[in-house]
Design a binder for this molecule. Structure first.
Ligand SMILES: *Cc1c(COP(=O)(O)O)cnc(C)c1O
Length: 450
């Protein structure tokens, strides 16, 4: 392959993605058609995804080769560094060895380009001219805009209006890459017009924006839709993180006793954790795998493991997953990427089967951990990541109590440079810890059909 940046760097980029599904000691339940309750076949996804993406969604291959052209673009920032957080260890006075994989050095500052690039690539290969997607605060929209530019595809992003108005910088980033960005709800789709008719001042929501992007892709033959988390093919692409980490831990001469990641839809968590779960299953390792979420959106820790819709409007196939109910409206915490009612079906099954443990924290203690990390290690993490850091700090303090030299690895999946308003609120003492309400969950769960 043509050396894009460092010849040495390319040697560290995996040649395939790791698929954990065939190694699982249990079967996964298929997506269902909500009307018939029959499993939906891959053809149900054909209007919105390219064939290769649909094939990867259901593949039983243990390793899926990464196309050379995707690896060349990965080489703009991969392999990403694995750091040992010695200064954090010292600040905590812990015998634990803390490592973190840093995904914040990607062009858009998070792990999301790891899947945006291959998704854009497969669409390009199949003759698609334009991708449509939704974005909340803009992490996903900016990553897909970057990937489309690399592949010479047009990109349309439906951005939740409240973010469009109040968080302009990610929008400008998308526009800089050449994407067309609309404040959702728009007048361009039936879904958007319906909402605006009822409420012309609607602030929008991720659920509405998804409906608009999907409608756009279905209505236009040369356009398709792209999703940034939750689905199997997205988590598959993210396993470049964990596979690099496996190699790098070996170079460091250590192996993690615990792997930690934050969970919104599950993609950065699955990305770092699946290769280590594979080692547990195939090579008798017994690494503890910890998934961390906000206590105001406690999908894995307080949700129900049932069939539910992926979107608020209830238009997607139903998936068996931990869910708070597709009508659940999470409170406005600053870790926007973690405010999703459901979770990846694979991550959900791993939690249900006891192969992954889940914990939840309120936002103030997570920011406290994030600030401690920033002061020790220099990197200001995205608010989502602070959940993983809080769990890591707790585990390191437990190791101190027990006098154990535990090896902990967490995924620092994005920097917080676009989230400084959240840090400002935390430093000023203005962040509130909103607890979930058990009644709100019961109510939303009661509205899931069946
Ligand atoms: C999008 C995002 C998340 C949440 O999504 P996952 O699919 O759960 O990884 C977490 N952290 C950052 C920095 C993000 O951009």
């Amino acid at each position: 392959m043509e050396p894009t940046k460092f010849i040495l760097a390319e040697k560290g980029i995996p040649e395939s993605w790791y698929n954990v599904v065939p190694d699982l000691p249990f079967g996964l339940e298929p997506p269902l058609n909500p009307a018939t309750r029959e499993p939906v076949g891959p053809e149900a996804f054909a209007p919105i995804f390219p064939e290769e993406v649909i094939r990867q969604e259901v593949t039983a291959e243990p390793y899926v080769p990464i196309p050379e052209e995707v690896r060349e673009i990965y080489a703009l920032w991969r392999p990403t560094p694995l750091f040992r957080a010695r200064r954090l260890e010292r600040a905590l006075d812990t015998p634990a060895h803390i490592y973190y994989k840093y995904e914040g050095g990607s062009p858009t500052g998070s792990h999301k380009p790891n899947t945006a690039v291959p998704q854009a690539y497969y669409n390009k290969m199949e003759g698609v001219k334009r991708l449509a997607t939704e974005t909340g605060a803009g992490q996903w929209g900016s990553s897909l805009a970057f990937a489309c530019r690399q592949m010479d595809l047009d990109c349309t992003v439906y951005m939740v209006r409240v973010s469009y108005d109040h968080k302009p910088y990610r929008r400008v980033m998308m526009q800089t890459y050449g994407a067309e960005v609309h404040a959702s709800p728009t007048e361009l789709t039936q879904a958007g017009r319906n909402i605006l008719q009822e409420n012309p001042d609607s602030p929008g929501s991720l659920g509405i924006a998804i409906s608009e992007a999907v409608e756009d892709a279905v209505a236009n033959d040369d356009a398709k839709y792209s999703l940034g988390s939750v689905l199997n093919h997205v988590l598959l692409h993210q396993t470049v993180i964990g596979q690099e980490a496996l190699q790098q831990m070996e170079m460091a001469g250590e192996y993690p006793d615990v792997v930690v990641g934050c969970v919104g839809g599950g993609s950065n968590f699955g990305g770092v954790a699946f290769p280590f779960i594979g080692e547990n299953l195939k090579n008798s390792r017994d690494t503890r795998i910890v998934a961390v979420e906000p206590s105001s959106c406690p999908t894995l820790t307080k949700g129900r493991y049932v069939y539910d819709f992926g979107d608020t409007a209830g238009t997607t196939p139903m998936m068996k997953m931990y869910t708070l109910g597709h009508t659940f409206v999470p409170s406005g915490i600053h870790a926007g990427g973690l405010r999703y009612h459901g979770d990846s079906p694979v991550v959900s099954a791993l939690v249900a089967e006891g192969l992954v443990e889940a914990r939840a924290y309120p936002q103030n203690p997570t920011f406290e951990a994030g600030v401690l990390f920033a002061r020790a290690e220099g990197i200001i993490p995205a608010p989502e990541v602070n959940h993983a850091i809080k769990a890591t700090v707790d585990l390191a303090l437990e190791a101190r109590e027990a006098g154990e030299e535990k090896v902990i690895l967490f995924n620092l999946c994005g920097h917080g440079h676009f989230d400084l308003a959240a840090y400002e609120a935390y430093l000023a003492g203005n962040l509130v810890d909103l607890e979930y309400s058990e009644e709100a969950i019961d109510e939303a769960v009661a509205r899931i059909p069946g």
